[in-house]
Ligand binder design. Structure first.
Ligand code: SAH
Length: 360
């Protein structure tokens, strides 16, 4: 039993079974025992590896994308550059190094990071100190006095989801309760009517015991992000595991040391993520008044941005080993069956004419 399992059990004893959103919030973000709050989980020694940790090429391409977007916005000065969930700060470090050739962009940008983990904030501070970042707990406190470019790689998939299940008695909600031996167990409770009311009227693949995931936290995040992007001008880029259309299916998963583990076995010690419903992201953004591009696959996006040409340029002065490493990285980032098609990319933006790079 982890220390957090004990805390969760006590909350269940006091308040009754908890929904999975609350469970995920505690597992990832409990101030003392939450997964992200206590560790740096990335890389071979950690629990999982993300695209920027695989190769500097990833952050470099995102940097080129951001400068292109900034130029298309009319090169505003100042511009607020935001990253949500920056991890080790690697993506932003690579993006900003690769864009040094555009000093006007560097002169204009103010860097803001949305990060809940004190451990990762200090890693980000070391990686990005030259850019004097300002940290935020939520996107709601980012200053809204300038146009905004916002990036989020594997951020939305960390936002808590709840699961509703279609049963003979109608919609029920998956909850975490107590088993007979003082441990945690999954169960079902009547679904709150306001959650059922928020579901789309027609749900593909709805059948007995089918499960649908919803994320009220993601919806609130998007509401705040859209408001920020609409205040002056703005564009956001989201890259994540996800599906293009609302569908039934359980995607909430726990990963520890690069292996899937059970959701309940080690609260606070495994990463919990859920695939992102990009239809919801698109619908809510359009409803708020933004335009939407994508989702497209990460492979198609990086290829359109010219990742192969970038490798060709870097290969001119590279050793055989470096060339080999770059080719392996391109494969992992772009190939189908790897991150290339599992990950999707979507942009939302205030000016319908913006035409952000990488989508067609
Ligand atoms: N973008 C990085 C890290 C992805 S992991 C990369 O690609 O390597 C998820 C990141 O989001 C971590 O930095 C984590 O601490 C942060 N995070 C997760 N949930 C958050 C929340 N609700 N608020 C702020 N940051 C959060």
């Amino acid at each position: 039993m982890t220390a957090l399992a004990d805390i969760i059990l006590r909350e269940i004893q006091a308040n009754g079974p908890m929904d999975l959103g609350r469970y995920m919030t505690l597992c990832l973000g409990h101030p003392a025992h939450g997964y992200y709050m206590t560790r740096d989980p990335f890389g071979a020694q950690g629990d999982f590896t993300t695209a920027p940790e695989i190769s500097q090429l990833f952050g470099e391409m995102i940097g080129a994308w951001a400068v292109d977007a900034w130029l298309k916005m009319g090169a505003p000065n100042p511009v607020t550059l935001v990253e949500c969930g920056p991890g080790r700060g690697t993506l932003m470090q690579d993006a900003l190094r690769a864009t040094r050739a555009v000093p006007e962009f560097h002169a204009a940008l103010g860097l803001h990071l949305v990060e809940m983990s004190p451990v990762l904030r200090s890693t980000q501070a070391r990686a990005l100190q030259a850019y004097a970042p300002v940290w935020h707990d939520t996107v709601a406190t980012i200053p809204d006095d300038a146009p905004v470019i916002l990036i989020g790689n594997e951020f939305l998939d960390a936002l808590p989801v709840r699961q509703l299940m279609w049963t003979q008695s109608g919609w029920m909600e998956r909850v975490v309760g107590q088993d007979g031996h003082g441990g945690l167990a999954l169960g079902l409770a009547p679904a709150p009517p306001h959650l059922v009311a928020s579901l789309p009227p027609a749900i593909p693949e709805k059948a007995l015991n089918a499960c649908i995931e919803i994320s009220p936290v993601l919806n609130l995040f998007l509401e705040d992000a859209c408001k920020l992007l609409l205040k002056h001008a703005g564009v956001a880029l989201f890259i994540d595991y996800g599906y293009p259309q609302t569908a039934c299916g359980e995607t909430l998963q726990a990963v520890k040391s690069h292996q899937f583990v059970s959701l309940l076995c080690s609260p606070g010690e495994a990463d919990l993520t859920a695939h992102v419903n990009f239809e919801t992201v698109g619908t809510l953004s359009r409803r708020a008044g933004l335009s939407v591009a994508g989702p497209v696959t990460q492979g198609a996006f990086l290829n359109r941005l010219g990742i192969a040409q970038r490798v060709a340029v870097l290969s001119k002065n590279a050793t055989d080993r470096q060339k080999n490493d770059m080719n392996k990285a391109i494969d992992r980032l772009c190939a189908d069956g790897a991150m290339g098609d599992l990950f999707k990319v979507m942009a939302i933006f205030s000016d319908p004419a913006l035409n952000p790079a990488g989508f067609e």
